[in-house]
Design a binder for this molecule. Structure first.
Ligand code: AMP
Length: 112
């Protein structure tokens, strides 16, 4: 068992609305959506944040973006935003690397 909520989802210890899974990554609906579509894409590897990655993670990081592409293509989502919060001051609350896919409304820039 682990205290990390996303590792629990990976290990199927707690439920999630999983919409994509392969050997490297898993994607599921955000429990508290900030947009009509709000999906999280996470690696199965235990990585706490983007700044913890290294050259060894090059394929994995590319894979995560291709998963974003697969999901948005599958659901015919044309316009979307991809966000990674790195560290608590940047808004990270769950310390397992994750990409937010947000879509279905207009987004302001710069983000708040
Ligand atoms: P961040 O603030 O970038 O760390 O994003 C963490 C995200 O995880 C937030 O949008 C939360 O709503 C979401 N979240 C937390 N717990 C769960 C859960 N059990 N299932 C799905 N999403 C979750």
């Amino acid at each position: 068992m682990t205290d990390n909520i996303f590792l629990k989802i990976i290990n199927k210890e707690i439920p999630a609305e999983i919409i994509y899974e392969d050997d490297i990554a898993i994607a599921f609906n955000d429990i508290s959506p900030e947009a009509p579509t709000h999906i999280l894409v996470i690696p199965k590897k235990d990585i706490k944040k983007l700044s913890d990655t290294s050259e060894d993670d090059q394929d994995l990081l590319g894979h995560l973006l291709l998963v974003v592409k697969k999901i948005t293509s599958k659901f015919e989502i044309k316009d979307f935003r991809v966000v990674i919060n790195n560290g608590s001051e940047a808004g990270q609350t769950v310390f397992h690397l994750h990409l937010h896919i947000l879509a279905g409304r207009n987004f302001g820039w710069p983000p708040g």
